[in-house]
Write a protein that binds this ligand. Structure first.
Ligand SMILES: [Zn+2]
Length: 408
């Protein structure tokens, strides 16, 4: 069976009008008025497709299509929120391909043995409210609902998740996690260059790599750049440069799967003729190998302490995020691979470099992701683009994987 390509592409273009930015982009921040509009549209389309609607207390939208037997549904979906100045595919693709899947089954009057569940998770991107992957986090029982509802907006502490859910009328009555799922599939753009550059049509996602975020603060002594001899200096700026250099050498020393990014740095007082007294910078360290991630993190921190000590500079290490790599249950990527083969689409196994709702769902039910190529690997950007044929292929793999999984 194949999805209706025109209907899916039209629907993607239609949602891209809500929060439209420039020619192709979308800005639809979680729990904003644009998010409400997109949710309202989805709600009406899900009801028109005959789904039984449930909204949970964190605002996740779940539509159930009845099966022949009363078993835990096979679920699929993603998120409708975007980052600031984002694109039209990240998140929306997974939700709208899920809706298309339901409409296709309706067109063909096909009943599945298991019920199906289309899900739109709340606040996957986490741009205004922490944490990201919020709706799936709560649904999978990995976070305390009341704590999350009290999460304040970065730009306005008066606004919380709870108050915004009330404001857009998506604080539902259902307890998160109360509908058990038999499986979860998420179709998503790759957001990287691998599939396009290797000319492969489908990414079979086996795992999500681990992520460590750390903030380092160095405290030296601000002083006159001309009158302070070298042996009296406590130059936090030069030390920071040496430490960052060390990260680069360590992470690129060989072919180990490690990615290190120092994406943010600030100097105090940040002036041409004053020795920097305080410097803080961040490290984003990622790996598919959990042991390697841990070992390198320890090695970096130990080296930093030693060097700071030797320079008589104080160092503070703040652990912001520690996510271990997540492995999907092998039967799920196996099924996706098989479906790609049956549709004569080329595929390769790969990890996900970014975090996604599916990684949270793994602890709740067998889960996996299906990737399609991103043109030039660009995402989180108004230039984000995936070709129509790839959107269609991804939706067909999703459709067939769901039908197969829902048959036993
Ligand atoms: Zn996404």
């Amino acid at each position: 069976m194949k999805i209706n390509r025109e209907r899916l592409l039209n629907n993607i273009a239609h949602y891209a009008q809500i929060g439209k930015m420039g020619e192709m982009g979308v800005e639809r921040i979680a729990l904003s008025d644009e998010d409400r509009q997109a949710r309202d549209l989805l709600l009406s389309q899900m009801m028109a497709a005959g789904l039984e609607m449930h909204i949970d207390q964190i605002g996740n939208m779940i539509g159930i299509r009845k099966g022949e037997e009363d078993l835990p549904p096979v679920a699929f979906g993603s998120h409708l929120d975007t980052v600031y100045a984002g694109g039209r595919y990240d998140g929306a693709l997974g939700v709208l391909a899920g809706l298309e899947l339901i409409q296709t089954l309706n067109d063909h009057k096909v009943k599945t043995k298991r019920p199906l569940a289309l899900v739109n998770f709340t606040n996957e991107e986490g741009v205004r409210f922490a944490p990201d992957m919020m709706g799936s986090h709560v649904y999978a029982g990995l976070a305390d609902l009341d704590e999350i509802l009290a999460s304040q907006a970065y730009d306005n502490p008066e606004e919380t998740i709870g108050s915004r859910l009330e404001a857009i009328k998506y604080k539902g009555p259902m307890k998160p996690g109360s509908i058990a799922f038999g499986a979860f599939f998420e179709l998503h753009i790759e957001q990287g260059p691998v599939l396009e550059s290797e000319e492969i049509e489908i990414g079979v996602v086996e795992m999500v790599q681990g992520i460590h975020w750390t903030k380092y603060t160095l405290r030296g002594e601000a002083n006159h750049a001309g009158t302070t001899p070298n042996k009296y200096r406590k130059d936090a700026g030069l030390l920071a440069a040496e430490l960052i250099q060390y990260i680069g050498e360590l992470s690129r020393a060989d072919d180990r799967p490690i990615l290190a990014t120092v994406g943010s740095i600030s100097f105090e007082p940040n002036t041409i003729n004053i020795i920097p007294g305080d410097v803080s910078f961040t490290l984003d360290l990622r790996s598919t190998d959990g042991d390697l991630l841990k070992t390198l993190q320890e090695q970096i921190d130990e080296h930093f302490y030693t060097q700071a000590n030797a320079s008589d500079i104080e160092i503070n290490v703040e652990e912001i995020v520690r996510f271990q790599p997540v492995h999907f249950q092998p039967e799920m990527p196996n099924l996706v691979e098989q479906m790609a083969n049956e549709l004569t689409l080329s595929s390769r196994r790969m990890p996900s470099g970014a975090g996604h709702d599916a990684q949270m769902m793994t602890s709740f039910c067998p889960s996996t992701m299906i990737f399609i190529p991103s043109v030039k690997g660009i995402s989180h950007n108004v230039e984000e683009f995936s070709k129509d044929i790839d959107v269609e292929n991804g939706a067909n793999v999703l459709l067939n994987a769901v039908i197969s999984r829902a048959s036993f």
